[in-house]
Design a protein around this ligand. Structure first.
Ligand SMILES: Cc1ncc(COP(=O)(O)O)c(C=O)c1O
Length: 460
C-alpha cells in the first residue's frame, strides 16, 4: 500500500516537473540538453567557425570562403579570416603600416563586441523548413511576435510613442524611405517636391531621382523653399546624418522623420518622438546593417495601406529569416542587464568615448574644427549627457583648404566629401561607427597630421 502511494506521488511529481518544463521552455529541457539530435551539427559548426582565431582583427563567418588546407571530406572546411581594414595574413595578425584609415562608410561595427558578449542569447538556429510559406498563418507577411517586441524596445528606449500607430517592415529603412515618398505623394493634388535641409543624407536625392514618377521629384535644399510652397514632402533626419544634430522640419510640407539614429547610443532623447511617419532601422540600433531590416510607424491608415502595398509589390514582404534574426536580437536586448538598457549603456559609452578622444586631438588644431552638439537632458538616462554622435562633420578652416577631403586623403584618411551631402567641400564626414581598429587608426593619423601642423606631440 505504501509502495503504491510512493509510486503515485513520484508520478505526480514527475508530471508536474514535465508540465513546468513544458510551460516555461515549451519542451523537456533537461532531456533535450542531453539528447540534441539534428541541431547538434549546426551548433558545433557555428562554434567551430566562431573559434577561428583572427587575432582580434578580423572574423570568420559560416558562409565565408574555406581554406584549401582543410579540404578533406571528413573535416569541416573552416572558412578563412576576413580581416579588418589594414590587417592581413591568414590570422589577420599583420598590420599594414601605410594603409589609410578608411572612415567613409557608416558600417556600425562598433556594436560587434556587445554581440560577442551576448553570443548565447543572440544566436538563432534556423531549421531547414522554417517558414517556407509566402505568408504567416494570419495571411500577413509580418511577424506579430517581432512587432510586439519592437514596440517594447521603443518603450525601453523611451524614444517613440508607438501604441497608436501602424507598423510596416521594410528591406532596411532605405526601402521604407522610398515607400513613404510614394505613399505621401499619392495624397497630394499636384506633383510633390521632395526636399531635405542641407547638409542631408545623399540617398534621399539619389533614390527619389532614381524612382522618380509623375507624382514626385527631388527639389534640393528644404531651406531654399519659399515658406509656403505647395505639395512638399520633407525628409527630417533627427539626429542628422552627417552632423548629429536633432532637427525639426524647415518647410510647411509633410515630414518623413528618419530616426535611424534616434537611439541613446547616438543622441540625448529629449522626449519620445510622436510623429505621424517615423522610420527606424536595425542597422543603427543593433548594428546588423547586413540583415537589411527596418520599420516604420505610421499614424494614417491610408498612408499605411499605400506603404504596405509598395513593400508588397516590391518583394512580397520582408525575408522571414531577417525577421527571425531581428526578433532574436531584440529579445536578447530586452533580456540583457539593466532591464534591457545594457546595449544603450554600451553604445553610448563607446560613442561618447570616441567623441571625447577625437575632440581631444582636434581641439589642439587651428586647421580643423568639429561640429558643435549641445549637452542635453536625456529622457532615457534621466540626466544631462554629453554628445556621442555617429559621425564627425569636420571643417577645414584654412582658406586654401577648400577641399577638405583631399587634405585628409593626403594624410591617409578616407572621409566622405561635404558635396555628397549638398554642402561645401570645405567639410568632410568621418564615420565614428566602425570597428575599434578603424577608429584607433583614424585618431593615430589625425594626431600625425596635427603634429605636422606644428603642435608639440607630447601634449597630444
Ligand atoms: C540617415 C539614414 N537613414 C537611413 C539609412 C539607411 O539605413 P538602412 O541600413 O536601414 O537601409 C542610413 C544609413 O546609413 C542613414 O544614415
Amino acid at each position: 500500500m505504501w509502495l503504491g502511494a510512493l509510486l503515485f506521488s513520484a508520478s505526480v511529481i514527475l508530471n508536474i516537473s514535465l508540465l513546468w518544463n513544458h510551460k516555461y521552455f515549451g519542451f523537456d529541457r533537461s532531456y533535450l540538453e542531453e539528447n540534441l539530435s539534428w541541431s547538434r551539427r549546426a551548433a558545433l559548426e557555428a562554434e567551430a567557425v566562431a573559434s577561428v582565431n583572427c587575432s582580434g582583427h578580423g572574423r570568420a563567418y559560416l558562409d565565408g570562403t574555406s581554406s584549401e588546407e582543410d579540404d578533406h571530406a571528413e573535416k569541416w572546411k573552416l572558412p578563412v579570416c576576413e580581416c579588418n581594414t589594414c590587417y592581413g595574413g591568414s590570422d589577420c595578425s599583420q598590420f599594414f603600416h601605410d594603409c589609410a584609415a578608411d572612415v567613409d562608410s557608416g558600417d556600425p561595427l562598433f556594436l560587434e563586441p556587445f554581440w560577442m558578449k551576448h553570443a548565447a542569447s543572440s544566436a538563432v538556429l534556423v531549421t531547414g523548413w522554417h517558414r517556407m510559406s509566402y505568408s504567416f498563418p494570419d495571411k500577413s507577411s509580418v511577424s506579430q511576435e517581432l512587432e510586439k517586441h519592437i514596440r517594447r524596445m521603443h518603450a525601453v528606449a523611451k524614444n517613440a510613442i508607438t501604441h497608436d500607430k501602424y507598423i510596416i517592415f521594410g528591406g532596411g529603412s532605405t526601402q521604407l524611405l522610398g515607400a513613404a515618398v510614394y505613399a505621401l505623394s499619392m495624397n497630394l493634388s499636384s506633383p510633390a517636391s521632395v526636399v531635405a535641409a542641407t547638409p542631408f543624407y545623399p540617398l534621399y536625392e539619389v533614390q527619389t531621382e532614381f524612382f522618380q514618377t509623375v507624382r514626385f521629384e527631388f527639389d534640393g535644399d528644404a531651406s531654399a523653399l519659399k515658406k509656403y510652397a505647395d505639395n512638399v514632402i520633407e525628409f527630417v533626419t533627427s539626429p542628422n546624418n552627417p552632423d548629429g544634430n536633432l532637427r525639426r522640419p524647415v518647410s510647411n510640407g509633410t515630414p518623413i522623420y528618419d530616426h535611424a539614429y534616434y537611439w541613446p547610443h547616438f543622441t540625448a532623447i529629449p522626449a519620445p518622438s510622436d510623429q505621424d511617419l517615423m522610420i527606424f532601422t536595425l542597422s543603427k540600433l543593433t548594428g546588423h546593417a547586413g540583415s537589411r531590416f527596418g520599420w516604420a510607424f505610421v499614424k494614417d491608415k491610408e498612408v499605411y495601406d499605400r506603404m504596405t502595398r509598395y513593400i508588397s509589390l516590391a518583394e512580397m514582404g520582408i525575408s522571414r529569416e531577417a525577421q527571425l534574426r531581428a526578433l532574436q536580437l531584440v529579445k536578447a536586448i530586452l533580456r540583457s542587464d539593466n532591464n534591457g538598457a545594457e546595449i544603450f549603456d554600451f553604445g553610448m559609452g563607446k560613442m561618447r568615448d570616441r567623441w571625447r578622444r577625437l575632440n581631444d586631438v582636434v581641439s589642439l588644431s587651428t586647421r580643423f574644427t568639429l561640429q558643435k552638439i549641445p549637452v542635453r537632458f536625456c529622457n532615457f538616462f534621466q540626466k544631462l549627457r554629453e554628445p556621442s554622435p555617429a559621425y564627425a562633420w569636420v571643417k577645414c578652416e584654412r582658406e586654401e583648404d577648400g577641399n577638405c577631403t583631399s587634405v585628409l586623403r593626403a594624410a591617409n584618411i578616407i572621409g566622405r566629401a561635404g558635396s555628397v551631402f549638398n554642402a561645401e567641400d570645405r567639410y568632410v564626414r568621418l564615420s565614428l561607427l566602425k570597428s575599434d581598429d578603424d577608429f584607433d587608426l583614424l585618431v593615430y593619423r589625425l594626431r600625425q597630421l596635427i603634429v605636422d601642423e606644428g603642435v608639440d606631440p607630447k601634449i597630444i
